[in-house]
Write a protein that binds this ligand. Structure first.
Ligand SMILES: NC(=O)c1ccc[n+]([C@@H]2O[C@H](COP(=O)([O-])OP(=O)(O)OC[C@H]3O[C@@H](n4cnc5c(N)ncnc54)[C@H](O)[C@@H]3O)[C@@H](O)[C@H]2O)c1
Length: 452
């Protein structure tokens, strides 16, 4: 992995003195989750617009997660000068644009009390599920608020909007835990939709949420895929890593370390879907989590791109995923409350010169997630995507320095993310309690300026 020497320099004693004087960006070291840590490494503070419906659910989730919290009555400022690791605001009571003032009322007194790597979470109602245009307008406005707050807070703090469908109040805990914790270190300015659960979650062991589950991770031998395999194994899953024959040794070494198993093969091979399905059926009887991580770039401007660069990439990054899912679904090998997680890219959202093939494939991944979510819901399975931005891997280390530095700094965190940031987001989707989270695309990009 490449190292961010600039961040080390501006955070050295000399750099720390000079950087603010000459206006250099100063990325802070982001807090990341360490096993055994509390969900929130400090106190939370909660508030609500009058008439909100999530108060009880928020309090129940925070109590379950052992989070200490204070709260204010609508319109009242917090007493004293205490600082908070998380601010949580129930905005579901806002049914008209004139009531958006409630956001200002709560946050203008609390925002300066957010600690380094703090979290701001606003909860609302999906505009499409509101009772009429006035409420839909006001709820849609929350997006702009949260995205602007994400850009203002700095110092590693992050802001998200979680839309909770009426009737899905009991589904918020896994998302609240993730977005209030250091696991969401490099996620900011995102909008998540939670609906009624597609399956029964059953009892949850929050320390080992994937115990007893089997998780297939493609492209697992290195980079982001290796981080996903390690994180899912940390959460208790038996990981089945898949990678191409030239990387078989690396794959098998990692799987041995994680107590997992390996499938060596090329996902684009004609017999790959049956080969994968056969191995899962024989060795595990079924699968709980599928992470479509394997992917490649083959950059060239369109006029200079030969057919191979186009077709091979589309096969690896998109079409093979569709075929594997179809086979596993047709053979009923995806267990109830199963999870499919796809790795897209902000290039698939914003587009990128020299990446027409890659952006097409990664936008297609988003299309697959959104179109298949209702289909998979019928089989009690969720499907979601992560869209990473600039992540420090061998791939980004090989970029020319200008592009690399721009990628690192053009986001609210002023730095690149780590493979584990993508992996933690996938672990949140994969958790058995995230049964109401489907059809979502969450960017893991530090709120990059590229794209929406
Ligand atoms: N690194 C980033 O900044 C970044 C940003 C956005 C999206 N992504 C996406 O994240 C995913 C992982 O990227 P990475 O940076 O870890 O890349 P990487 O090249 O280090 O890893 C990709 C893995 O996929 C495997 N793979 C490729 N083709 C395969 C095939 N036909 N069959 C089986 N396995 C195959 C490779 O062998 C490799 O182990 C990719 O889908 C990539 O597009 C990465």
């Amino acid at each position: 992995m490449s190292s961010d020497r600039y961040a080390s320099l501006v955070n050295s004693p000399v750099g720390n003195f000079i950087a603010p004087k000459v206006g250099l960006p100063q990325p802070v070291k982001l807090e990341r989750y360490k096993p055994g840590q509390p969900v929130v490494t400090g106190k939370a503070f909660i508030g609500a617009a009058p008439g909100g419906r999530l108060g009880e659910a928020i309090v129940a989730a925070l109590k379950s997660a052992d989070v200490e919290f204070g709260y204010s009555e609508p319109g009242a400022a917090p007493e004293g000068d205490e600082r908070y690791k998380a601010l949580i605001f129930d905005a579901t009571g806002i049914t008209d644009s004139t009531q958006l003032r409630e956001l200002w009322q709560f946050f203008h007194t609390t925002i300066r009390r957010v600690k380094t790597s703090g979290r701001i979470v606003v909860l609302g109602t999906q505009p499409e599920l509101t009772t009429g245009p006035r409420e839909a307008t006001a709820q849609r406005a929350l997006e702009g608020f949260v995205r602007a707050v994400g850009k203002e807070v700095r110092k590693g703090a992050a802001a998200q909007l979680i839309y909770v469908a009426p009737g899905a109040e009991d589904q918020i805990e896994s998302s609240l835990r993730f977005f209030c914790s250091p696991k969401s270190a490099y996620v900011s300015g995102q909008v998540v939709r939670i609906g009624a659960g597609v399956a029964e979650a059953g009892p949850i062991d929050w320390g080992m949420p994937l115990a007893g589950k089997v998780a297939l991770v493609t492209g697992a031998s290195r980079g982001i895929g290796a981080a996903i395999a390690k994180t899912l194994a940390r959460d208790g899953a038996h990981v089945v890593g898949l990678d191409v024959p030239p990387l078989a040794d690396d794959l098998e070494a990692l799987m041995a370390q994680l107590g997992g198993s390996s499938i060596v093969g090329d996902i684009t091979a004609a017999d790959a879907p049956t080969m994968i399905a056969d191995q899962i059926a024989e060795k595990h009887g079924g699968i709980d989590v599928i992470v479509h991580n394997a992917g490649v770039t083959k950059d060239k401007t369109l006029g200079k791109m030969d057919e191979d660069k186009w077709s091979v990439l589309l096969e690896i990054n998109l079409s093979s995923e569709e075929r594997i899912d179809d086979e596993l679904l047709a053979r009923k090998l995806i267990n109830e409350n199963g999870r499919i997680v796809c790795v897209s890219s902000i290039s698939g959202i914003a587009g990128n010169a020299g990446q027409t093939n890659y952006a097409t494939s990664k936008a297609g991944v988003i299309g697959m997630v959104q179109s298949m979510a209702p289909e998979f819901a019928k089989s009690k399975i969720t499907i979601n995507a992560v869209a990473p931005g600039f992540i420090e891997t061998q791939m980004t280390a090989a970029m020319p320095i200008g592009t690399r530095e721009a990628g690192r700094r053009m986001n609210s965190m002023l730095q690149g993310g780590l493979p584990v940031d993508v992996a933690e987001t996938i672990a949140w989707y994969a958790g058995p309690a995230s049964t109401g989270v489907t059809g979502n695309v969450v960017r893991v990009c530090g709120q990059s300026l590229l794209g929406a």
